[in-house]
Ligand binder design. Structure first.
Ligand code: FES
Ligand code: FES
Length: 166
């Protein structure tokens, strides 16, 4: 129910598979809802203006910059944050030296997860272009791309061993 006189509305949406209900300001960013209201501080703020990708989350399965998405737009939708990514998904990034200060890492991992899930459809796309929305000031990107590639190859091997797609 909307309460425009207070400048807030109640919204319900799914975060990492759980239904949540919370008040949000009408001009509130999804990034702040996640971090300040829901305590999901894994999603980071870098530039705060849609340039760096540090705040990347999945909205209905697609990567978005949470610093640019009004919280109201998440109503009745599904949000996935870095907290939902299984820890083993980080292993290839760690092995390839894809993280140093870690400021970009949550967004990198969430974007990589989207690419990994859609690897078949995105096969013809260049991995560096797909990751172009995630800036890193430390690693120089080779480690990130190597980690992403290793993750996709591991999925492919696992699917072959299982006899079908993952
Ligand atoms: Fe959102 Fe940089 S903090 S894109
Ligand atoms: Fe420091 Fe990417 S690891 S910005």
């Amino acid at each position: 129910m909307n309460t425009p006189d207070t400048g807030q509305s109640q919204i319900e949406f799914t975060v990492n598979g759980q239904t949540v209900r919370t008040a949000v300001l009408h001009d509130e960013r999804l990034l702040d809802t996640l971090r300040k209201r829901l305590g999901l501080t894994g999603t980071k703020e870098g530039c705060g203006e849609g340039e760096c990708g540090a705040c990347t989350v999945l909205l209905d399965g697609l990567p978005v910059n949470a610093c640019l998405v009004p919280a109201l737009q998440a109503r009745n939708r599904s949000v996935e944050t870095i907290e939902s990514i299984r820890p083993e998904r980080l292993e290839h990034m760690l092995d390839s030296g894809a993280t140093q200060c870690g400021a970009c890492t949550p967004g990198v991992v969430v974007s990589a997860e989207w690419i990994r899930r859609n690897a078949a459809a995105l096969r013809s796309q260049d991995a560096r272009r797909l990751m172009a929305g995630n800036l890193c000031r430390c690693t120089g990107y080779d480690g990130i791309i190597d980690g992403l590639t290793a993750s996709i190859e591991a999925d492919s091997h696992a699917a072959n061993e299982d006899g079908g797609p993952a």
